[in-house]
Design a protein around this ligand. Structure first.
Ligand code: ADP
Ligand code: MG
Length: 470
């Protein structure tokens, strides 16, 4: 084979393989893996270039190099040649077959550095994450109130009794810390002299404990009572820590006295914080308490797009939809999925298809959906176990047995879903929130005193979780 001839054969081999993959419905696979560019050939060694070492290893281990070799043998009728693969990230990659849907992934390191530089310029508070800003937050029905309240307080910190303190509560990864820090960032950007403190209650505890042991309590007290803005994250960590709670109580009183703006976050409603003094709970909830809910499908799409826009990345629409459909309860999981896709895309230097996305995200999705239980599942499983129907559970029937089943379903729904009492009322045939609350409390009290009943409820909960996995 002469050098000149070989190049023509190489292209022909790729063309034929592309057609074969296409007719087997594996066009995407071809586009991803056959990214070998002819460089030269000498002494029966054909030198080709691939975009990365990763691709080189994959092409060899998956047998793609062998396939192209056989194809070349078939076309040329020769077998005494070998293929040498180089990899070089700097070489521009050309896809052998034009791709209509090709997505341009602008991900060069240079560009990332430029973005970093831009982000770190300007005012930045050392305790706050730069990316946690109102601009980067996507408001929706699930969090509009929390968004507006924190933004309003950021514009007029400490001025409104209604918006001070703000308590944000809700499940993991729903944007509580993001909004709290957005408020801090906003204030700092407008007033660099503002004394802002962001601390998790766990770190507050560590510092408190250290000060106590080293006779530095006065210093500790002075420090924490003098802030203009106090952002206290994850107050559930205070549960059961009495002396810490005592200190918090005095700290908050001191901060209140000079109208410092305070924001607290918690992973559950305040009345469910067992093991926290009532007077402290009263403090936490003396302004406004707002719950954050998981985002709707449309909102999840908007969040994914926002994150891609911030990172200056593009992924296929069907992959965006796939992620939004499957990851429902936690925005952090959404972010992790985007990162995985984009990271892989950067590595193989071509768009990730839905099939690859499914493979890449299978663990994240099974974990995410494993934790997510729907109202429908709860009703179905409770109805099955208790030998009744969903319609009866939601209906008006008042027999003792049916009422008990209904109360169990309400209790379990409240435990497994992030619904308010009024929302649960809506789900359970339009009952009002006091009826739901008393049903919930009735079951909760019985669980505390009756071990066999407790077991019955646990079994139902486990069945619901198991049902999701089927
Ligand atoms: P929480 O404190 O409620 O556990 P975080 O505030 O840490 O959750 O949010 C988890 C991640 O999800 C963060 O990276 C945050 O930027 C992102 N996030 C959550 N909600 C939104 C939203 N509505 N818009 C944009 N990003 C969001
Ligand atoms: Mg948080």
């Amino acid at each position: 084979m002469s050098t000149q001839n070989y190049q023509v054969f190489w292209q022909e081999a790729l063309k034929q393989l592309s057609e074969e993959y296409k007719s087997n419905g594996k066009e995407d696979e071809f586009k991803i893996w056959f990214k070998m560019d002819y460089v030269e050939d000498h002494d029966n060694v054909i030198v080709v270039n691939v975009p990365s070492e990763f691709l080189k290893i994959q092409m060899m281990s998956r047998g793609y190099v062998e396939q192209i070799k056989s194809k070349l043998m078939e076309i040329t009728g020769q077998s005494d040649f070998s293929i040498e693969i180089q990899y070089n990230n700097a070489t521009p990659v050309s896809t052998p077959v034009p791709s209509q849907e090709k997505v341009e992934v602008k991900s060069s390191k240079k560009e990332e550095k430029k973005t970093d530089k831009k982000e770190t310029s300007g005012k930045h508070h050392p305790q706050l994450m730069e990316k946690f800003t109102f601009e980067n937050f996507v408001p929706g029905d699930n969090n509009n109130y929390a968004y507006s309240a924190t933004l309003a307080a950021a514009k007029n910190p400490g001025k409104s009794d209604t918006l001070n303190p703000i308590l944000l509560y809700g499940g993991v990864g729903l944007g509580k810390t993001h909004l709290m820090q957005s408020l801090g960032n906003y204030i700092y950007q407008h007033d660099e002299k503002a004394k802002i403190c962001f601390i998790s209650s766990e770190n507050f505890f560590n510092e408190f404990y250290y000060s106590l042991q080293n006779n530095q309590m006065n210093k500790f007290k002075n420090k924490y009572r003098n802030y203009d803005v106090f952002l206290f994250d994850d107050i559930q960590f205070l549960i059961g820590k009495e002396s810490l709670q005592e200190e918090c109580f005095h700290t908050f009183n001191g901060l209140m006295e000079h109208h410092a703006q305070m924001v607290f976050t918690c992973d559950r409603p305040i009345n469910e914080l067992k093991g926290i003094e009532d007077r402290l709970k009263t403090r936490f909830s003396s302004g406004v308490c707002i719950d954050l809910k998981p985002p709707s499908y449309e909102n999840r799409i908007a969040i994914i797009r926002k994150k891609l826009e911030i990172e200056k990345k593009v992924i296929r629409n069907d992959v965006v939809e796939y992620i939004a459909k499957n990851i429902q309860m936690n925005v952090r999981d959404l972010e992790a999925s985007i990162k995985k896709i984009v990271g892989y895309q950067d590595l193989i230097q071509t768009e990730v298809t839905i099939e690859i996305a499914q493979d890449l995200l299978k663990d994240t999705i099974s974990e995410a959906t494993g934790n997510a239980v729907s109202m429908e599942t709860i009703l179905k499983v409770v109805a099955d176990i208790e030998n009744t129907s969903i319609a009866d559970i939601k209906g008006k029937g008042r027999s003792k047995r049916l009422a008990e089943t209904r109360h169990i379903a309400i209790y379990v729904a409240r435990e497994l879903l992030e619904y308010s009492y009024s929302e649960l009322g809506g789900e359970f045939g339009g009952r009002d929130h006091t009826t739901i609350l008393s049903a919930y409390n009735g079951i909760a009290d019985r669980i505390k005193t009756d071990p066999s009943f407790e077991k019955r409820i646990k079994d139902i909960v486990n069945s619901i979780k198991e049902y999701k996995k089927i």
